[in-house]
Design a protein around this ligand. Structure first.
Ligand code: AG3
Length: 279
């Protein structure tokens, strides 16, 4: 018998992946987590019916979220990750020798547990002593912490359900307050091809502009996410990724997606995407 996993993008399309077998099904306090072994994409993590990552293409997402902003920072020391329980984002940040501490605030301990079991190449970051893992609500953390960060990365689920608070005006204001002067925030912001996300994307960029001086979008290619083209927000009160030069003297070796030319050109947007966030 053949087994297939489908994420329905909308009522008339979706992404289908052939499954070798199901490795895990958990109903946690916050969400449903499924892990599948696939034929083509390695292990696949699904949360609430939506693809979170596959071993095949997670490098694109994690390298984009991390190295694009990291290269605009001089000697970055402190990074905050909201979400990111699989460990992939932390893995990329910890590749820099300048990093002294990474605080990761993940609401669901069980995401970290399944990652340790089925995604050793991501959860390898949990062994690094510079990582401080906190199981809590990220929105609460940014409101209450007294710490300041060079970089804040929002590695969240879609802006529906439990992840929704991580896209609000109030959340972004609290993030802006805990960034250092030259700090940057990046966040995953869905596919610009997705008609159902047109309004949420517009709202996200409008909300970001209320708290940050410079707000830009950049793109990446992720085959197992809806439409394969993915967007990220880059927000800062001082850095302008279009006109500023890169500042980091360190670039980790062995990256599979990111290079400095790509990191600058990712901000050059197709017209329909530009229009979407400037409307
Ligand atoms: N974060 C989820 C990105 C959103 C995917 N959306 C979708 N498939 N509809 C991924 C977490 C990886 N660290």
């Amino acid at each position: 018998m053949e087994l297939w996993y489908t994420e329905y993008t909308n009522k008339s399309s979706g992404l289908t992946i052939k499954i070798e077998r199901q490795l895990e099904h958990r109903e946690t306090e916050f969400q449903t987590i499924d892990i599948f072994k696939t034929h083509y994409y390695g292990n696949l993590m699904v949360i609430d019916g939506v693809v979170m990552l596959t071993e095949f293409d997670e490098f694109v997402y994690h390298e984009s979220l991390v190295h694009v902003p990291m290269q605009f920072l001089q000697n970055p020391k402190n990074v905050l990750i909201i979400g990111g329980g699989d460990g992939g984002t932390a893995r990329e940040v910890l590749k820099y020798g300048s990093i002294e501490e990474v605080v990761m605030v993940e609401i669901d301990r069980e995401v970290c547990e399944v990652s340790k079991k089925y995604f050793p190449n991501l959860s390898v970051s949990f062994k690094d002593k510079r990582l401080k893992l906190i199981y809590d609500d990220g929105a609460k953390y940014v409101k209450d912490t007294g710490k300041k960060f060079d970089l804040i990365i929002i590695d969240s689920t879609d802006p529906v359900g439990p992840g929704e608070v991580l896209f609000t005006e109030e959340f972004y204001r609290n993030c802006s307050n805990i960034l250092k002067d030259f700090g940057i925030l990046t966040a995953q912001t869905e596919s610009p091809f997705d008609r159902e996300y047109r309004d949420p994307i517009k709202r996200i960029y409008r909300n970001l502009r209320k708290s940050f001086k410079n707000v830009n979008m950049y793109l990446g290619h992720i085959p197992t996410y809806p439409f394969g083209t993915w967007s990220f927000a880059f927000a800062s009160n001082s850095v302008n990724p279009v006109s500023d030069n890169l500042k980091n003297s360190e670039l980790p070796e062995g990256l599979k997606y990111y290079n400095r030319e790509l990191g600058k050109s990712a901000f050059i947007l197709p017209n329909f995407v530009r229009d979407l966030i400037n409307e």
